[in-house]
Design a protein around this ligand. Structure first.
Ligand SMILES: CC(C)(COP(=O)(O)OP(=O)(O)OC[C@H]1O[C@@H](n2cnc3c(N)ncnc32)[C@H](O)[C@@H]1OP(=O)(O)O)[C@@H](O)C(=O)NCCC(=O)NCCS
Length: 173
């Protein structure tokens, strides 16, 4: 966590967050995987999609445009789908990813869905470890999912035993 930030707060994303979300996506993913502005806009506008941001605060108050991370999830007819989950490098390994993931899972569970699906880059070992720790299991390799030669891994979690979100008010230190 950067020294001048002291806290995050989870809230639904609004139109004013789009640029920060897109910029974060550019930092988090390689060229083959990251979204163009148009692609991200299309994802956010999909039916059943909801997004949340972790807004960051300093002792002086809210820092406009600063987010520690965001998540976008879609409630489909049969399952929830994690569309994207990004945590800024300075904020990793402090629980932010877990807070965002739980919010997405609660959204799907709240819509009566019992299963969450996601795709992750097969070479993205940190994210695969993160999802496994959160209870996801690897279903199958998705050949050329992102681009020729850039494979994905399909992962799944059953939500029936999920608990309501515990919103972590402070980053773990
Ligand atoms: C994957 C990602 C979302 C994790 O976010 P995070 O805020 O660091 O995750 P958390 O702090 O909640 O981690 C929870 C647990 O997941 C596991 N984990 C997280 N990052 C890990 C890593 N780099 N290596 C191994 N395990 C990891 C650990 O078990 C961790 O618990 P611990 O810190 O007590 O050991 C973040 O690294 C990220 O945004 N990466 C770039 C974008 C991305 O790959 N998104 C997901 C693909 S769709």
């Amino acid at each position: 966590m950067p020294a001048h930030f002291s806290e995050w707060r989870l809230r639904p994303a609004g139109d004013g967050d789009f640029e920060a979300m897109w910029q974060l996506d550019q930092i988090c993913f390689s060229e083959e995987i990251r979204y163009s502005r148009e692609e991200l806009r299309d994802v956010l506008d999909m039916a059943g999609c909801r997004s949340w941001v972790l807004e960051v605060f300093s002792a002086a108050g809210r820092l406009p445009g600063e987010i520690a991370g965001y998540v976008t999830a879609r409630a489909g007819k049969r399952c929830g789908h994690l569309m994207t989950l990004d945590v800024a490098p300075d904020w990793r390994r402090q629980g932010a990813g877990g807070v965002l993931l739980r919010r997405a899972e609660d959204y799907a569970a709240g819509r009566g869905l019992r299963k969450m699906l996601l795709e992750v880059g097969v070479d993205n070992h940190p994210a695969r470890a993160f999802y496994q720790r959160a209870g996801y299991r690897e279903l199958r390799l998705l050949s050329d999912y992102y681009a020729p030669g850039v494979h994905g891994m399909l992962m799944e979690k059953m939500l029936e035993n999920s608990f309501p979100a515990i919103v972590q008010e402070q980053p773990a230190r």
